[in-house]
Every structure is written in structure tokens, then in C-alpha cells.
Write a protein that binds this ligand. Structure first.
Ligand SMILES: Cc1ncc(COP(=O)(O)O)c(C=O)c1O
Length: 446
């Protein structure tokens, strides 16, 4: 039953201009497949799989059924000093999907918690090996790793630095951003080929500045998602892996967006053929229905931390970290069902296939429109970037986002980029619809 009788006074909306929202609210009351129903009874095509989460499309009965059964069987059980069958099964399934010896899963509830957890594992690992001085973290400009203090610190979002800068972690540095607006403003399904070696800066400036022996980890998103879908230069991640290996630095991939199929492979690590030391995930793992996140660690991390405790009493906790809802049985049941749906319906393959349709449509329809200064597509996601209005960064894209919503398509604005990242079940006609509504709106706002 949909409740139409509520007031909007009590909720402070996250990452939303609240004043603007209250003037022109967007309230969903139902969803199925690729579409939402709004409070006023309109259908809206979900062009961003609801914040990159709903890979298999909305309202999958298989996942709903698994959740209902789990609620009737084991609703919740303490996560500390005990666990539950679904958490072990989900961990096993996720580890089996992950490449290399990424075999140990630490559960949490969100991408933010996953980022902070990974940073803490890095510190614990180095300390366990007698290298507790390795405390410097390297992130990248414009990276988004959530809203925790660790994630904000290694992230490179200027608004976070403006609002919370003084409270961020002190020993953090950042790689240069991976965008070239002149030679590589447009790319479709390929990794841009740069003449310049972006990672020379890491080798020649950042490592000598901090001394490599002090650096705990480098964390990057394989593709920069929240900033507006920026793809690294060809070979960048392989070379980053080599540099980290050379200096004993851990490499963390934040796969909150690229995990579970967005690039047409299970993980970005598979797409790029690079195995990180830790891989964080959160979106798509439960198809968005229930919060679940985690960090998949290579065996050597777990082994080192256990080994450091070989002489401790058996009741001692080896890694002092966890969340009340780590490995929640209902979330883990949803994850197992989601992984079944993704596998049975061959949705990674479908994401790759529909990604080509999306890339071609965005490039043929949006390149050349007024104020368009870039179109970037890879996997089943793409962004069109617009020149900012003088002194009003982000306004042009925000106005277009609002207009598209009124025209029945949910897109996402990120700065002055507009992002499409539909569910993997998307049909070519729906891609046409979202791209043509977006194109018409860009024209309207010329
Ligand atoms: C790469 C990345 N890391 C972390 C996060 C934070 O995830 P959450 O909002 O679940 O805390 C996000 C969210 O979009 C993300 O894109």
C-alpha cells in the first residue's frame, strides 16, 4: 500500500539541495524493471540504476523471495563473537567471483565504511609485519571514497576539503587526476592513449617526498565514477600495480561502482587484468535492496595479521574492527540471490553488450550539441560534459537533470557532467529514450 499521506518536513535529504527539492520534490513510491512510479503517478525511466545500484533491474522476485525467506528463518544475529550461515555463504560466493587470491571478505554496510575499513586493514597489515611506520595514504584528485573521515581524506573532492578539510587525516597525498580535456575529451568504449606518463609524478615527486618506506597504500577507483565517469589512460593501472609492488605499497581498488558488472566483467580488476591487494564493494551486490558493503583482501593480508598474533592468548581479537551489522543475514541472503540472478541471466555479458549500444548512442546523439565539451563511455555507463556557466559550476547540468526528470528520465548530474548508467537489463529502445531526452534537454538549455 502506497502512503500518500505524509509530510516532507522531517527528513534532511542527503547530498541534495534541500531548498530546491522542497519547491519541486521528486518522490518515488514504487519501482519495477527499468521504471519508477512517482507519488503523482508518473512513470520515470531509471537511467542510473538508482545510484549505480540496481544492476538487475527493480523488483526482482528472486531477491525479494530470498529476503522474505531469510526474515522468517534468521532475522538477525550478532556479528561479533558469532556469525551466521548466510554471511559465510555470501563471503564464499564473493571471494570465488573475485580474481587472484582476493579470498577474505570483511563485511560492512556501505562504500564509505568499505573505504575506511580497507585503510585500517592496510595499517594493521603493515604493523603486523613490523612496518608500523607505513602510515601515508595516496589517493587521487577528484576521487570519491565516501563520507567517512578516511574516505574523505584519500578522496579528492574539493567540496569535502572546503567543508571538512581541517578534520581530515594528515598524512595523505594525491595523484593527479586522469583527465585530458583537450586530446581525450571524447572516447567510446576504449581506454584513452596518452602520450604523457601520468604516473611519473608518483615515482618522481610523491614517493621521494614521503619516502616509499612510509607509504601504506594507494587507493584508486579503476574508473572515476562519482566525478563523472573518467577512464584512466591505457596501461595506467598495470603500471600502478608495478610501482606499488616495487615499493611494498598496498594497492586498493575502490570498486563500489565498477564492482559486479558495470564494465561487463565481474570487477574492474578483471576488466583491466590487475589484481589489487584489496577491493572494496557496495553497490549492485544486493541489487540495491538492502545495504551491504565489504572489502575483499588478498590472503597475505589476513595471514600476516593472524601470524602477528601467534603468541597472543586465543581470546585476543586480531583485527579490532567491525560493525553491528557486518554480514547481516538478510543482506547476505539478498547478495546470494543477486549473484544467482546476475549469473543465471548472464547480466555481465549483457552489460557489455548494452554498453556498446549506450556508447554509440551517446556519441552519435550528444557530441556536437551546444556547450558539450566531452563524451566519455566505457562499460554500461557514460557521461556527457558541458561547459560550466560562468561562476555557476554545476548549474547547467543540474537544470538538465531536473528537466529530464520532468520528461520521464532519471539521469545524474556530477559537476557539469550528466551520467547515464542504466541497469544491465536495459533494452536498446530504452537507451534511445534516455539519450534522446537528454539530448533534447541539452538543446533546450543552450
Ligand atoms: C567509488 C565509491 N566509493 C565509495 C562510495 C561511498 O559509498 P556509500 O554511499 O555507500 O557510502 C561511493 C558512492 O558512490 C563510490 O562511488
Amino acid at each position: 500500500m502506497v502512503n500518500q499521506n505524509f509530510s516532507r518536513g522531517a527528513q534532511w535529504l542527503p547530498f541534495t539541495p534541500n531548498r530546491s527539492f522542497q519547491k519541486d520534490p521528486r518522490v518515488f513510491v514504487a519501482a519495477d524493471g527499468m521504471f519508477f512510479t512517482t507519488q503523482d503517478g508518473r512513470k520515470v525511466l531509471d537511467g542510473i540504476s538508482s545510484l549505480w545500484c540496481v544492476g538487475a533491474g527493480h523488483n526482482r522476485w528472486e531477491i525479494n523471495e530470498a529476503i522474505k525467506q531469510q526474515l522468517d528463518t534468521l532475522d538477525y544475529a550478532t556479528a561479533f563473537q558469532a556469525s551466521n550461515d548466510k554471511a559465510f555463504e555470501a563471503a564464499e560466493r564473493i571471494a570465488a567471483l573475485a580474481p587472484g587470491d582476493l579470498n577474505k571478505v570483511l563485511f560492512c554496510n556501505s562504500g564509505s565504511e568499505a573505504a575506511d575499513t580497507a585503510l585500517k586493514v592496510a595499517l594493521a597489515y603493515h604493523r603486523a609485519r613490523g612496518e608500523g611506520h607505513r602510515t601515508v595514504f595516496i589517493g587521487r584528485e577528484r576521487a570519491y571514497h565516501g563520507v567517512g573521515f578516511g574516505g574523505m581524506s584519500v578522496g579528492g573532492i574539493p567540496a569535502n576539503r572546503k567543508a571538512f578539510g581541517p578534520a581530515l587525516l594528515p598524512r595523505v597525498d594525491h595523484l593527479r587526476f586522469i583527465h585530458d580535456p583537450v586530446d581525450h575529451a571524447y572516447y567510446n568504449g576504449v581506454e584513452p592513449e596518452w602520450d604523457e606518463d601520468l604516473l611519473l609524478e608518483l615515482e618522481n615527486r610523491i614517493l621521494p617526498l614521503h619516502d616509499p618506506s612510509n607509504i601504506a597504500a594507494v587507493i584508486v577507483e579503476p574508473v572515476a565514477g562519482s566525478a563523472g565517469w573518467y577512464v584512466p589512460p591505457r596501461g595506467y593501472l598495470k603500471r600502478l600495480r608495478e610501482i606499488c609492488d616495487k615499493h611494498g605499497i598496498l594497492l586498493i581498488f575502490d570498486e563500489v561502482i565498477t564492482g559486479f558488472g558495470r564494465l561487463g566483467t565481474a570487477f574492474g580488476a578483471d576488466y583491466y587484468g590487475v589484481v589489487p591487494d584489496m577491493l572494496t564493494f557496495a553497490k549492485c551486490v544486493t541489487n540495491g535492496v538492502i545495504p551491504l558493503g565489504g572489502v575483499i583482501c588478498r590472503d597475505k593480508l589476513y595471514d600476516a595479521v593472524m601470524d602477528a598474533h601467534r603468541d597472543s592468548p586465543e581470546h585476543a581479537i586480531e583485527f579490532f574492527h567491525g560493525y553491528t551489522y557486518s554480514g547481516h543475514p538478510v543482506a547476505c541472503a539478498a547478495a546470494i540471490a543477486t549473484l544467482d540472478v546476475l549469473r543465471n541471466d548472464k547480466l555481465f555479458e549483457r552489460a557489455a553488450q548494452m554498453g556498446r549500444v549506450l556508447g554509440d548512442a551517446m556519441h552519435s546523439e550528444l557530441k556536437g550539441l551546444p556547450h558539450v565539451i566531452g563524451v566519455r563511455t566505457l562499460g554500461l555507463a557514460g557521461a556527457v560534459e558541458l561547459a560550466s556557466l560562468p561562476g555557476l559550476a554545476g548549474k547547467r547540468a543540474y537544470d538538465i537533470f531536473m528537466d529530464c526528470f520532468h520528461q520521464g528520465v532519471l539521469v545524474r548530474s556530477a559537476g557539469d557532467s550528466l551520467v547515464l548508467a542504466p541497469a544491465y537489463i536495459v533494452e536498446p529502445t530504452q537507451i534511445d529514450q534516455m539519450v534522446s531526452v537528454l539530448g533534447a534537454s541539452i538543446r533546450k538549455h543552450a
